[in-house]
Design a protein around this ligand. Sequence first.
Ligand code: NAG
Ligand code: NAG
Ligand code: NAG
Ligand code: NAG
Ligand code: NAG
Ligand code: NAG
Length: 510
Amino acid sequence: MLWIFRYFLVFVSFTNLVTAEDQCRIEINIRGMALKGFVFKRMTVAAPHICDILCEREITCQSYNFNRKEQICELNNRTKDARPENFRSDPAWFYIRRLNGRAPLGSIPKLPARSCREIKASEGKNTASNKYWLDPSGTGKAVLVYFSPLYPYVSNFDENIVNNVKVHYSVNHFFFWISSKPKSIFTDDTANIDECTNGTHKCDMNADCHNTPGSYKCTCKDGFQGNGTDCTQRFNTAVFTNLGKSDSQGPDSVGSHYTGQDHNGQVTVSSGIQLWNVPHTGEYRIEAVGASGGYGQNSVINGGRGARMIGNFMLTKDEIISILVGQKGIRGGVNKNTGGGGGGTFVVRGNNIPLIIAGGGGGIKNMSEQHPGCDASINTTGNAGSNSPLGSGGSNGHGGDANGQSPGGGGGGFYGNGQGASSGSGRGGKGYLQGGRGGHARGGFGGGGGFRSGNRGAGGGGGYSGGNGAADEQFSCGGGGGSFNNGTNQQNECCFNSNKHGRVIITFLQ
Ligand SMILES: *[C@@H]1O[C@H](CO)[C@@H](O)[C@H](O)[C@H]1NC(C)=O
Ligand SMILES: *[C@@H]1O[C@H](CO)[C@@H](O)[C@H](O)[C@H]1NC(C)=O
Ligand SMILES: *[C@@H]1O[C@H](CO)[C@@H](O)[C@H](O)[C@H]1NC(C)=O
Ligand SMILES: *[C@@H]1O[C@H](CO)[C@@H](O)[C@H](O)[C@H]1NC(C)=O
Ligand SMILES: *[C@@H]1O[C@H](CO)[C@@H](O)[C@H](O)[C@H]1NC(C)=O
Ligand SMILES: *[C@@H]1O[C@H](CO)[C@@H](O)[C@H](O)[C@H]1NC(C)=O
């Protein structure tokens, strides 16, 4: 240690260019060590301080090794800090970093660094500049590299440079690669503002914000759907019901029936018809179920069964889909031995274009066993009840007939009303386009035909085409309504819904 001190004094006396700042710095020689692999000059000298002077004459000299026994001086173009892996033990030598005027590694074209990491290691906290000369592959051609001190270099920096890409970034770490003739100075200080934490992003409150170099991205959170600046609760599936209403007229309002469900807030009611505002553009699977018919109290079977029609449809965000959910036909008051027809269930787009319609079941006076004429049909033609051939009810979207003695009313179709008595009971159900009201008495909403009072003929079911009203016979039923399906992947079933109101289940596929 004593030697070092003496040496240092000698060194200072030899130097004219020592600045005030330099005088405060002390480099300590490290005995028994030498930096290998960066020697660019080697010579024999009379004393160690000569080596020091020689180092100061070379702009690229960063440190030197000195062999005391053989008085050999080796000038290095790196420090041990830049290349710790090359700093080796060798008892004959000592190592010392250049004291005065050492150019920071990479600060001049003659002394380019191999990598930014090397600069960092060499200069440590003194790495204040934002431009450096680099020669990544040791070609001898240095290029100027700019980067922001805001984004300290990272370990994969080197690879990026070797890739020789003009502007490169990795995660948050930027640098700019310019050809050997820099024309403009990049300022990237604003290039990577974190808009997400900065509060300048425009993501929806139900979106996650992801910062990206120079910008940001918004993605809707789980359970939400949209483009990130606009996220709405994701619609998966919803059941549209009769909203608690029964008998011949439709519901007046949604009330709280859909609270907490996917279609909450998307549905309004107009004249008994539910108007659904489609939440997302895409393919939906729609299941429509027609209502069942009413039945006399002593009938062995319940009223005619409603159809279930299922198909897939492309719907567009914000288009309005009209949904009429059919209501059960019922018996009533003193008329315990007959019943009104069930309402059809209608799903209709825009300008009265039917998508899918499930026929309602016919009303039953008394039947000892199931009869397909009482149930809804899965084709567009309605049935005519137990005493007539199948498929002879209303057709082509029209209402059903009312034939024979004291008949119940025919079911309403999509386009027209069912036939029926001109006054009193036994009225036809209204067509969908006519509002869908059930016929008097007790035809279900959705065009169910009304029964004839005095326990006479039962009503036909509503649907795409209406079922016929039944004549007043002891064992008889009104015909079930016809159905319609313009979807893909159809799945249709005639005799599905017994003793229940209709419903519509809509599922978003993608
Ligand atoms: C540093 O010295 C080594 C070894 O002599 C040499 O290969 C390399 O080119 C030199 N680098 C610089 C930047 O002068
Ligand atoms: C947020 O970003 C805006 C511009 O994008 C900038 O003006 C503002 O200084 C930034 N604020 C913070 C706190 O970073
Ligand atoms: C996101 O969607 C909303 C609503 O559909 C629209 O108003 C907005 O312009 C869209 N934004 C972008 C960036 O696409
Ligand atoms: C209904 O039919 C059943 C069996 O056919 C019969 O027992 C019953 O008396 C009938 N009821 C009425 C009200 O006609
Ligand atoms: C319609 O369905 C009925 C059964 O409900 C069947 O008897 C009739 O033949 C079908 N008509 C056509 C045209 O397929
Ligand atoms: C069924 O839908 C297609 C479009 O998907 C339409 O062109 C066609 O007219 C529809 N058919 C009926 C009967 O409405």
